[in-house]
Design a protein around this ligand. Structure first.
Ligand code: SAH
Ligand code: SF4
Length: 369
């Protein structure tokens, strides 16, 4: 029988597992703290755990992270890890240090089935869902790796955003225990405001998340009208904008923040005209409590799309700000290591793009929220 990877359990799951082994519930709490707070991977390290339990675990269970294929450190301190998830698939996590926080961007799937026009993960197609253990392993590895490099026992990662590869709400069952582990005081102890699920708009799962684990929600909107959003985010044909906004409003009842963040990827002459900003104002004003986050498009050749100029981004933002919306323009980070949104794990799939990326124009705009 294969050994169980303990990274797959949230705390209640680990307690149930310990019970199966004939152990008391509080043992699970001890074990969980060793794994997530101390980064232990070897049962022998767990000095305050009864020897009998350690012996039971050895042979039956493992604490198994992901193999790191590569690590890239950007000039701005951003770190990108590429992890092997088997069968030629790889996923990425990106650490983004800022003055007041450290954010880890985590992947939920190898590839993605939604197939957004402007997303290189979407262009790769869908390989498979990540397991809870594979989602948690990204945080487990990054947190303890960063503590070692910074020679600290203090927490380094203060925020998690599910904005890596994949559509988290199309991997719901594996996602939720991973989120719960992030939030658990005996795990990573992150507040619900500091864990963000980003979704292209899987309406029924937004409703389920509201009940099961209401963390901060970001919704990838990208267009003010259905005909345009149908083209950019194919899932819109199934869950059009009106239904999506209704789900956002239902979510707000339980959300840890009193707003939804709408993401809007700025595509030159596709969705970035001032008139489209006006349409967006009409769509959202007084309808949903929200903030807007404009993301400069990270180009890749197969998309056939172009990043909006800074002037167009600023003009678009101005319309929204004038209308009273809190609007930020995401600063591109890790540009020199292709760590920005939509670029993730492109290299393993298609190395020939590398030379084109080298000439990508750097963009620096207002600091993100
Ligand atoms: N599937 C989820 C989360 C992963 S994508 C979602 O779509 O929300 C995270 C964010 O990166 C989304 O807002 C997505 O629209 C954006 N994104 C994807 N490709 C991009 C690109 N090439 N340039 C800029 N942003 C991109
Ligand atoms: Fe999938 Fe998000 Fe990329 Fe769309 S933007 S293809 S939902 S990862």
């Amino acid at each position: 029988m294969d050994a169980v990877n303990l990274l797959c359990f949230d705390l209640p799951g680990l307690a149930a597992y310990c019970e199966q082994l004939g152990e008391k519930k509080f043992r699970a709490t001890q074990l969980f703290r060793w794994i997530h707070q101390k980064g232990a991977s070897d049962f022998d390290q767990m000095s305050d755990l009864a020897k009998s339990l350690r012996e039971k675990l050895a042979g039956r269970a493992v604490i198994q992270g992901l193999d790191v294929i590569s690590e890239h450190v950007s000039a701005d301190g951003t770190i990108k890890w590429l992890f092997d998830v088997g069968a030629g698939n790889a996923v990425e996590a990106v650490f983004i240090p800022e003055d007041d926080r450290g954010t880890l961007c985590v992947s939920s799937q190898a590839g993605c089935a939604v197939g957004c026009r402007f997303c290189s993960t979407g262009h790769q197609g869908f390989s498979r869902n990540l397991s809870t253990a594979e989602i948690v392993a990204q945080l487990w590895f990054a947190e303890h790796n960063l503590r070692r490099r910074q020679n600290t026992t203090e927490r380094v990662i203060s925020n998690v955003v599910m904005m890596g590869m994949g559509e988290p709400l199309q991997n719901y069952d594996q996602l939720v225990p991973a989120l719960k582990t992030m939030l658990d005081d005996h795990g990573y102890g992150l507040s619900r405001r500091r864990v963000t699920v980003s979704t292209s708009g899987v309406v029924p799962m937004i409703d389920r998340l509201r009940e099961d684990c209401p963390v901060a929600l970001a919704v990838s909107l990208h267009a003010p009208t259905d005909p345009l959003r149908d083209q950019l985010v194919p899932l819109n044909k199934k869950y059009p904008i009106e239904e999506l906004l209704a789900a956002c409003n239902r979510y707000l009842d339980k959300a840890p923040r009193d707003f939804i963040t709408f993401e809007y990827c700025m595509l030159q002459e596709v969705n970035d005209a001032p008139e489209q900003a006006q349409e967006l104002v009409k769509l959202l004003k007084g309808k949903v409590s929200c903030k807007l986050n404009l993301i400069p498009f990270n180009p890749f050749p197969a998309s056939g799309l172009i990043r909006s100029t800074n002037a167009r981004v600023q003009a678009f933002a101005e319309v929204l700000i004038q209308a009273g919306f809190v609007t930020t323009v995401r600063k591109t980070r890790g540009d020199d290591i292709d760590a920005a949104c939509g670029q993730l794990a492109g290299e393993v799939q298609d190395r020939t793009r590398a030379h084109i990326r080298m000439v990508r124009a750097p963009v620096t705009v207002a600091k993100s929220q």
